[in-house]
Every structure is written in structure tokens, then in C-alpha cells.
Write a protein that binds this ligand. Structure first.
Ligand code: 4NP
Length: 150
């Protein structure tokens, strides 16, 4: 299974989702390939936000190897599932898709927990550390559901 996690800047939410799911997949003995990307390229080449690095570290997950990059059209064919964090990400990725098979891969990650509710993982960029803790917990729960389904 190849899974791409997508948010806006690929420095806060999707790097956490990427690190959490890779960690859980490895622990479960699943040979899954996980990556993450942003719909904008503003932070290309940057490391994850220090607040994401910090909260992941508290839970024993290292995300410092990651580098921000923008999603490409090749990603839409390469990955099996593309999880997005909010409806803005969803709309941005859907407009890149050129086939129904690509569109079918794009899913809101919190719909794994509450199907059809279309809830967002809130963007914590302009908030404090509490926002990152909240995002971590949401993503941890969603990734647990994804692993359990496997
Ligand atoms: P992310 O958060 O999409 O979770 O990585 C953001 C990071 C940077 C910006 C916006 C959101 N920004 O506008 O620079």
C-alpha cells in the first residue's frame, strides 16, 4: 500500500500524519510506503514545523527526516490513497485529477473515524502548542482506524 498525506503547507499536519501512519504500519509489520505533500509549495525543502517535531517526539516518533514538497500530478497515479486534512485541500487536489480513478483515491482523513461527516483537521499553524496536541490526537486516532482496516 502506498499512501500520501496532504495538507496546505506540508509542514504541520501532513508531516505528523505521515510519521504517525509510517510508525504504526512498521509496528504492525506492514510494508507500507507513506509520504506527504502540500497543495502549495511555499515551504518546499523545509523541515516540519518545530511544534510538529516536538509533539511527535513526545510520542516517540521522529519526523525530522522529512522535507516539505508540493504534490505533483505523478502522485495522483503513484499512490493508492491520498488522504487530505480539510475540504480546501480536497478541492485543490480534486481539481488536479484528470480521471475518476484518481478522484476515487482522494479522501478526507477524518472520514475514517466518522464516515461522511467531512470533518477537518484544523490548521494549527497560527495557534499555540495546544493546537498541535489536538491535531496529533485526531491524526493518531484516524491512523489507528486505517491500520485496523488493513
Ligand atoms: P499545514 O499548515 O498545511 O498543516 O502544513 C500550514 C503551514 C503553513 C502555512 C499554512 C498552513 N502557510 O500559510 O505558510
Amino acid at each position: 500500500m502506498k499512501i500520501l498525506m496532504v495538507c496546505l503547507g506540508n509542514i504541520c499536519r501532513s508531516p505528523l500524519a505521515h510519521g504517525i501512519l509510517q510508525h504504526k504500519a512498521n509496528e504492525a509489520g506492514l510494508e507500507w510506503e507513506i509520504d506527504s505533500a502540500g497543495t502549495n509549495g511555499y515551504h518546499n525543502g523545509e523541515k516540519p514545523d518545530p511544534r510538529s517535531v516536538s509533539i511527535a517526539g513526545i510520542y516517540g516518533i521522529d519526523i525530522t527526516y522529512q522535507n516539505s514538497r508540493q504534490i505533483t500530478v505523478e502522485d495522483l497515479d503513484y499512490y493508492d490513497i491520498i488522504y487530505v486534512m480539510d475540504t480546501s485541500n480536497y478541492n485543490n487536489v480534486m481539481t488536479m485529477c484528470t480521471s475518476d480513478s484518481q478522484k476515487d483515491k482522494v479522501k478526507l482523513i477524518l472520514n475514517e473515524i466518522t464516515p461522511g461527516a467531512n470533518e477537518a483537521v484544523p490548521d494549527p499553524y497560527y495557534g499555540g502548542d495546544k493546537g498541535f496536541e489536538n491535531v496529533y490526537k485526531m491524526l493518531d486516532e484516524a491512523c489507528e482506524f486505517i491500520i485496523k482496516k488493513a
